[in-house]
Structures are given as C-alpha cells and as structure tokens.
Design a binder for this molecule. Structure first.
Ligand code: KG4
Ligand code: ZN
Length: 339
C-alpha cells in the first residue's frame, strides 16, 4: 500500500510578514508572503501597526495560498502555525487564526518554533542536497544571531549567541544611520556590491569565542560619520557605497570568525545558514568560498526561504505530523521561546 500523502497549511505572523504556505509531504505547493511597508519610515517594526496589518492580511493571504496550491480546505490534514518567538500582538493573530481554523475543520493543530522553522527550511524538498546530521547552522535574523548544533530534526543546541544586537539589527541600525529606510539589510547589500569594502575600517568586538556582539559597530559608525561630516557635510551621500561595503564586510567577518571557532570546537564541517541575513549576497559568497579554502560543505537556502515565510513553518508541521506531535486547543502564543 502506498503511504497517504500529507497536506498541511503553514501560517507565519511573528514579526512584520504575514505568510501562508501549503505543503504536500516535503514539497511546497504555494508560499505567499505579504510584506508590510508601513514600517519603512519608522526605521523599525512598530508592533501596533504590525498586528493591525496581520489582521487585514491573514484571510486574503491564506485564501491565496490555498488557491495557488489548488487545494480546498477539506483536503488539509493539519494547520501549523508560529507560536513564538516574536512580537506578541503579531503572534496572536496567526495563533488565533490557526486555532479557530483547525477547530472549524476538525483537524490537528501544530505549534512551531520560528527559529526551528528557519533551520528546517533546509529540509524543504526542492531536489537539492540536504544537510546530514550533525551540522552547524548560523541562524541570523532581525531578532536572533545564533550558532546552532543540529543533531536531529528536533534536537538542536544553541552553542553560540549574541550578547546584544542581532546581525539583522546591526544591518538595519547601520542603514538607519546612513538615512536608509527599514529594513536596511537588503539596501546595504545592494549598495555594497558597488563599493570598496576596505574603504573604512571598524573595530571588531572582543567577546567569547562563540559570542557575537554588534552594538559597538553602531557607535563606531556614528563616530565616523560625526567626525567626517565636520569636513564634508555630504559625507554620507558622497561615500554611501563604500560605507555600505565596509559595514557589510565587517558584519560578515564577525560572523565568519565565529563559525570558524565553532568548526574548530566541534569538528563539524557541514555548515548551513538560515534567517533573513542569510539572503545577504556577500555572506553567501564568502561561505561558498570556504567550501574550497576550508573544505566545508555549505548549505544555503533559496532566497524565498531566508526571510520570514510560512513554507518553513509548514515543513516543521510536516515532520511534527509524522511524529503525531500535535498542540491542544489551550496552546498560547509565546513571545520568548527557546529552540
Ligand atoms: O528572518 P527575518 O525575515 O525576520 C526575523 O525573524 O527577524 O530577518 C529579517 C532581517 C532584517 O534585519 C533584514 O534587514 C535582514 O534580515 N535582511 C538582510 C538581507 N535581507 C534581509 N540583511 C542583509 N542582507 C540582506 N540581503
Ligand atoms: Zn525570522
């Protein structure tokens, strides 16, 4: 007898992207993401505005995901949703929607840890090679920067972490100092391509082998801007691409140094990256280079699975479904949640 295939709706609403995806076994049938432009001018996500936008977007986004996947509600086997970590008001929208939808359809509900989702995106079946266990995953997003030792699908140990800002935050805060809108990461990436990464030098933090720190970089940039603007009022404008390239290189070097340390410590040479910052072209390129220079095997997610998306929530749902690991209706959104 052939095994029955499993179809799951994934829902993600932890920060400022409302997303729904349909997965059939480990293959994605649709993955719809509604970004929220309302935050651009504020230099960061405004929680109140985010939850309001999620409320407006959730129903159309889910409908669109089902439509594109050509799946009707009664063909779904389960609903998987992001329980945390994230912004409480944002998480509540996805959580309440998923709970009521699963109740109405009489199908299981599966709660998903957002950070596990970022890592598990590597197991979405796109015909690519998947990492073998154990592997190291550098998980770099707007809210987190971690080195995770992944021993099994659901056995993950955080072996290194930031002591202040996350890598994505470092990109966004630096971009804000340069007058770029939120989220600044993709803009720094874009301008950096044309600039000289050695034009400006920033100091690196002195922290533990597997610890990250990015708050010093922000003060470093601010000092440079203040000093240079005394000589040239249009300093930023006249040096934007070089500033972006130099800031990006500094962040990448900090990240790489820590992965090097983790490789030394664990002896594991299979390296994956995950989270919004893994979309950064400089980081992707630097890692690919290390396949040759450091004899690593590197796993880089497709662009659409780097930044927040529901496909990564749906793949966790698929694996949890196989373990019959379901949530009951008393499950609540959880702003702080460990891997
Ligand atoms: O994973 P994600 O979508 O949301 C969180 O879970 O936080 O990550 C968002 C972060 C933002 O800080 C954004 O600036 C950064 O990822 N990001 C990038 C790039 N694309 C997104 N940072 C650098 N280069 C990029 N190309
Ligand atoms: Zn994320």
């Amino acid at each position: 007898m052939t095994k029955k295939s499993i179809t799951i709706l994934g829902i993600e609403s932890s920060c400022d992207d409302t997303s729904a995806a349909v997965i059939k076994d480990a293959k994605i049938l649709s993955n719809i993401v509604a970004n929220q432009d309302v935050h651009q001018e504020y230099g960061g996500v405004v929680p109140e505005l985010a939850s309001r936008a999620h409320q407006q977007n959730i129903v159309p986004v889910v409908n669109q995901a089902l439509k594109i996947a050509n799946i009707s509600k009664d063909q779904l086997d389960a609903i998987a949703f992001t329980r945390g970590p994230g912004l409480m008001g944002s998480l509540l929208v996805g959580t309440s929607f998923a709970k009521s939808f699963s109740l109405a359809l009489g199908i299981p509900l599966i709660d998903v840890n957002h950070m596990q989702g970022h890592i598990m995106a590597h197991f979405i079946d796109e015909g690519q090679e998947m990492p073998n266990f154990p592997f190291l995953c550098l998980t770099v997003s707007g809210g987190h920067t971690q080195i995770v030792l992944v021993k099994e699908h659901f056995e993950m140990d955080v072996i290194g972490e930031t002591i202040d800002d996350a890598a994505g935050e470092a990109f966004d805060k630096s971009a804000k100092l340069l007058g770029l809108h939120y989220p600044g990461g993709p803009l720094i990436d874009k301008y950096a391509k044309e600039g000289n990464p050695k034009a400006f030098k920033f100091t690196k933090p002195r922290v533990g082998d597997l610890e990250f720190s990015f708050s010093g970089l922000k003060s470093n940039i601010l000092q440079l801007i203040k000093r240079e603007e005394r000589k040239d009022a249009d300093f930023i404008e006249n040096n934007l691409i070089d500033l972006c390239a130099s800031i990006q290189l500094t962040i990448i070097e900090i990240l790489l140094e820590k992965i090097d340390n983790a490789v030394k410590k664990t002896g594991i040479r299979q390296i994956a990256i995950a989270g919004g910052v893994s979309a950064n072209s400089g980081l992707r390129k630097a890692l690919i280079q290390r396949e040759n220079t450091h004899n690593w095997k590197v796993f880089i997610p497709k662009f659409e699975y780097c930044t927040d998306n529901a496909a990564m929530i749906a793949i966790v749902g698929y694996y949890k479904y196989q373990n019959q690991d379901f949530a009951d209706s008393s499950v609540t959104a959880t702003a702080r949640m460990k891997i």
